[in-house]
Design a protein around this ligand. Structure first.
Ligand code: ADP
Length: 224
């Protein structure tokens, strides 16, 4: 089924800290189809970020299987995994993670430039998307020169400019005031509808989770 963007089965992940084993995920299964919008909720430390890192192929599980965009990631080399991440996944983080030495336009165009698309095409697509998220007047600015809300809208544009199948958003409103948080959530919903990008969002905030189509509640490394 190509419609399934993400299929995680019985994922386990433990960290080692000062010689002790800290179990972060103890068997989590999750499936997202194209156009899904799932919020993972639960208290701090329950494993949300760990789950998102695995689902975004930023980290590998100790056990369990993960299929992304129809491919079993265990069968991929690191190079193939990097390419899958670059081409098929977008990321949004709590603290924006824009590159400070690039303008907002350059930040947004970056996924296309890394994929070796021609510069005029990359910058035109970045500009169009920036207009779409309401920061068309800030494109020459650097991240330190814009507000948190504007920075996160740029990060959102960067995350979808290459039309990924999956968008991973870890506490995307966590460092914004409530008004900017609402704007970012509204944009997530709109991009989900317009592009059909599946969204996997983590939040400890019930109000934020309510914006998703479906909620998955976690507790102590498991789906509650
Ligand atoms: P959440 O995102 O829900 O706050 P995390 O996935 O960040 O939860 O953390 C789950 C558990 O794993 C917590 O007990 C946390 O302390 C632990 N943990 C997370 N990252 C690391 C790490 N790099 N090293 C050691 N323990 C970690």
């Amino acid at each position: 089924m190509t419609d399934v963007v993400l299929a995680a089965t019985d994922l386990h992940r433990a960290y080692t800290l000062d010689g002790a084993t800290v179990p972060a995920l103890r068997g989590v299964s999750l499936e997202l189809a194209a156009g899904d919008f799932v919020a993972v909720t639960g208290p701090s430390g329950c494993g949300k970020s760990t789950l998102l890192q695995l689902c975004g192929a930023m980290d590998r599980a100790d056990a369990g299987t993960l299929r992304l965009d129809g491919r079993d990631i265990a069968a991929l080399t690191d190079t193939e995994l990097t390419r899958l991440r670059r081409d098929r996944i977008g990321f949004v983080f709590q603290f924006f993670n824009l590159l400070p030495t690039l303008s907002l336009l350059e930040n947004i165009a970056l996924p296309l430039l890394l994929a070796r698309r021609p510069e005029p095409e990359a910058f035109a697509a970045a500009r169009a998307l920036a207009e779409r998220v309401g920061i068309g007047h800030r494109l020459g600015h650097f991240p330190a020169q814009v507000s948190g809300g504007e920075a996160q809208r740029a990060a959102l544009a960067r995350a979808v400019v290459h039309r990924p199948a999956l968008l991973i958003a870890d506490e995307p409103t966590g460092s914004l005031d409530s008004e900017n948080g609402r704007t970012v959530l509204e944009l997530l919903r709109e991009l989900n509808g317009e592009f059909g990008v599946a969204i996997l969002l983590a939040t400890h905030d019930a109000g934020v989770a309510a914006a998703a189509k479906r909620q998955v509640r976690m507790k102590d490394g498991r789906v509650a």
